[in-house]
Design a protein around this ligand. Structure first.
Ligand code: PM9
Length: 467
């Protein structure tokens, strides 16, 4: 018995979302014939489907969050002055308070910040190490003339490894790289938290501290990709010794303190539909970035965002670091992942922060990677159920710049990405049933062939035909 309530003690209490629904957006189930037609028109690329042909949209968690009533109210308080909007100062305050960086340059979204950072810091021939590549991030580094080198721990490439911090940097590999190319050719280390392409896997506090120490010894900057750093902070609270009693907000502040700045896509953690920023501590770097931003994004006090969008983001940042919010957000992802694990579906373990990743190599062992198994799986899932997911494998990895050959990533995945505060547990149940049905039909799956390949970030616009 519980001494204070006289009720039998319970070992486990379920959580529920810390919000209730005020506005709904209707969605429509299509027929199989309609989906087959839509998929053919889209060249078997889920990015090319019309959203009205999608039932449950798990393409991405980027810009797809439901905003709160406070954020919508903030939109009405947009100060749309060209220069010095009050909403910029609210955003700057929120970044300083919760992330701890001194200077903030707003951008229209994350890749705007990546472009500015790459242009300011990279010289042709430089090397940028990172804990696994991300598509847009690496593209900007390469466009600026850098060579990206992956220094993530080996286990990150193994979907079955249960390591709690699979986003960690391999410190020995990092140090060996620095010794090989020389610290002067490494403008910064790019550290993502969590690591999207590894399955939404976190970096531990111990690891970022050690990375910070090592980088400082060699005089190399650590630039964070803070896009999902709040989710990373939650994993530290849950998994790393000594953090159970600390708030996600406190953990986030400490985590960021081991970096010199960050790029940020506000479209994820920060619960907004558009927006991003670059933050740095170094005043000289800030001056260069705020100079360049006027060329590519807009004045340094709006950087491609309307005042109302900056206000929504300032409020979203504060909401995003609340423990009950993040517990429910990641709890929903875990709920879906657990259902798939129970059914024996091969997924990346541990379950990630923003998505459940299907292991397409294990799904379709009869398909060669050059037959795009993950792309094929995302298409079959959509055809069967109207659930839209995204390929994260050989198509996303693109080609080697020097040889022109396809990169062959160890991970060939389909990402079921959960938008924040959008879908219910019933939607997760329907999704799990759809994936399980697709898994049961795996033996008859056919591969795809590339029929159109765009020059940059091919996964967005490539077209395929079924073998
Ligand atoms: N991520 C995602 O769906 C949207 C575009 S790629 C399909 O996961 C990280 C870790 C990201 C990210 C975008 C960006 C770029 C940077 N870093 O999309 O430009 O996951 O705001 O951010 C997407 P923007």
């Amino acid at each position: 018995m519980n001494a204070t309530t006289d009720r039998p003690a319970r070992r486990h209490r379920s959580w529920a979302e810390p919000w209730k629904v005020k506005v709904v957006e209707p969605i429509r189930m299509t027929t199989r014939a309609e989906r087959e037609r839509a998929l053919l028109e889209a060249g078997f690329n889920t990015f090319l489907l019309r959203s009205e042909d999608v039932y449950i949209d798990l393409l991405t968690d980027s810009g797809t969050s439901a905003m709160s009533d406070s954020q919508w109210a903030g939109m009405m308080l947009g100060d749309e002055a060209y220069a010095g909007s009050r909403n910029f100062y609210h955003l700057e305050d929120a970044v300083r308070r919760y992330y701890g960086y001194r200077h903030v340059v707003p951008t229209h979204q994350g890749r705007g910040a990546e472009n500015i950072l790459s242009k300011v810091l990279i010289k042709p021939g430089d090397t940028v190490p990172g804990n696994m590549y991300f598509t847009t991030t690496r593209a900007h580094q390469e466009l600026a003339g850098a060579n990206f080198v992956d220094v993530i721990v080996r286990e990150a490439h193994d979907p079955a490894s249960d390591l709690p911090f699979k986003g960690n940097v391999d410190l020995a590999a990092l140090e060996a790289l620095i010794e090989r190319v020389g610290a002067s050719r490494i403008p910064y280390l790019c550290l993502a938290a969590t690591v999207n392409m590894a399955g939404g896997q976190p970096v531990s506090m111990a690891n970022i501290r050690a990375v910070h120490e090592l980088a400082r010894r060699y005089g190399i900057r650590v630039m964070l990709d803070a896009t999902r750093a709040v989710e990373n902070a939650y994993f530290i609270q849950q998994r790393e010794a000594g953090f159970a009693g600390r708030s996600v907000a406190e953990i986030l502040r400490e985590f960021c303190s081991y970096s010199d700045g960050c790029t940020m896509s506000g479209k994820k953690d920060s619960l907004v539909n558009i927006g991003g920023w670059l933050a740095v501590n170094d005043a000289a770097l800030y001056e260069e970035a705020s100079n360049l931003v006027v060329l590519y994004e807009g004045l340094h006090t709006y950087g491609g965002m309307a005042g109302r969008d900056m206000e929504a983001m300032a409020r979203g940042i504060e909401e995003s670091v609340q423990d009950d919010h993040i517990r429910a957000r990641i709890g929903q992802v875990e709920y879906l992942g657990e259902k798939l694990l129970e059914a024996g579906v091969p997924i990346v373990r541990p379950i990630g922060g923003h998505a459940v990743y299907l292991d397409a190599k294990a799904f379709y062992p009869h398909l060669d990677q050059e037959q795009f198994p993950a792309q094929a799986l995302a298409a079959y899932l959509y055809e069967a159920s109207g659930v839209r997911a995204m390929e994260r494998g050989i198509v996303s990895a693109g080609r080697d710049r020097a040889t022109g050959r396809n990169h062959h990533p160890a991970l060939e995945l389909v990402r079921l990405t959960i938008p924040r505060r959008v879908y219910t547990q019933a939607h997760m149940d329907v999704t799990a049933e759809a994936v399980i049905e697709t898994y049961e039909q795996r033996a008859s799956a056919r591969g795809l062939r590339l029929v159109y390949e765009p020059k940059y970030l091919r996964f967005f616009q490539a077209r395929f035909a079924r073998d």
